[in-house]
Design a protein around this ligand. Structure first.
Ligand SMILES: CC(C)(COP(=O)(O)OP(=O)(O)OC[C@H]1O[C@@H](n2cnc3c(N)ncnc32)[C@H](O)[C@@H]1OP(=O)(O)O)[C@@H](O)C(=O)NCCC(=O)NCCS
Length: 233
């Protein structure tokens, strides 16, 4: 956050534009089948409704945090509070773009792109899920490829990280298919039992690109500044 000495404050000259407070609200990524926009409250309510229809079989837990195990009465509030806390923390030092993903106009899932100290490290991380009716149709690969193309080609990222729990076959295949290499393991315990987490990393030269070109709308200099992005020349 930029601080301003109160002594420096001057009234805005009449007629001058109001500085954009939330530039990511104009961003849209488009792929052949999907539209990705950073979350807002209306789209989060649709995402909550989707989560109530189920994200994964109850006997499996693909997430590091077992948030889908929440009581149905609290699942939605927990989701909203998670995304709100992420929004409240956005700044040049740490930011998150949680893209709500639409297919034929309907919310299909979420594709997150996050970074800490991006201006120095040029490193992003991704995470995602789709509602069950939208899974196994190639959409997970398409939305990951979208945010990778955005990060490498528009933000100037030089590495992208992801991770998945042992047994998450689709996540593993997406990583292989897009060119990630393995980058060590960790142990996590979302349901109180240890599970191996595989870490993977990708750099721009290793990115196995899709056949389509990402369409980007609303990527302004205000947004590039907030994200401390340096688009490649
Ligand atoms: C993980 C997820 C985002 C993947 O998206 P998706 O659209 O289902 O995956 P895709 O259709 O793009 O398929 C990617 C690969 O996984 C394979 N795959 C997809 N679903 C699969 C399944 N249920 N079992 C085995 N393989 C599967 C596909 O065949 C494809 O492999 P290929 O490239 O060799 O053909 C989605 O399945 C999902 O949200 N799952 C539940 C939540 C989750 O696991 N989130 C990830 C936490 S790390």
């Amino acid at each position: 956050m930029t601080t301003t000495d109160p002594g420096e404050w001057r009234p805005r000259p009449a007629g001058s534009p109001v500085p954009e407070p939330w530039p990511q609200r104009h961003l849209v990524l488009r792929t052949p089948r999907l539209e990705l926009r950073p979350d807002d409250d209306a789209s989060l309510l649709e995402l909550v409704a989707l989560a109530h229809t189920g994200i994964h079989p109850a006997e499996k837990m693909p997430f590091q945090q077992a948030w889908t195990d929440a009581e149905p009465a609290y699942l939605g509030r927990g989701m909203l509070q998670h995304f709100w806390s992420e929004r409240a923390a956005v700044g040049p030092d740490r930011w998150s773009l949680h893209f709500v993903v639409r297919h034929d106009g309907a919310v299909a899932g979420v594709q997150s792109l996050t970074a800490s100290r991006f201006g120095v490290l040029r490193d992003v991380a991704t995470g995602s899920y789709l509602g069950r009716p939208f899974q196994s149709r190639g959409l997970g690969t398409e939305m990951r490829a979208a945010v990778l193309a955005f990060a490498f080609d528009h933000l100037g990222a030089t590495s992208a990280r992801s991770e998945y729990l042992e047994g998450s076959v689709a996540s593993c295949r997406i990583s292989e298919r897009l060119g990630y290499r393995r980058d060590g393991t960790a142990r996590v315990a979302p349901r109180g039992e240890p599970v191996v987490q595989q870490r993977v990393v990708l750099d721009p030269s290793g990115f196995i690109r899709p056949s389509w070109t990402l369409q980007v709308e609303g990527y302004s200099s205000d947004l590039a500044g907030l994200l401390t992005a340096t688009p490649p020349a």
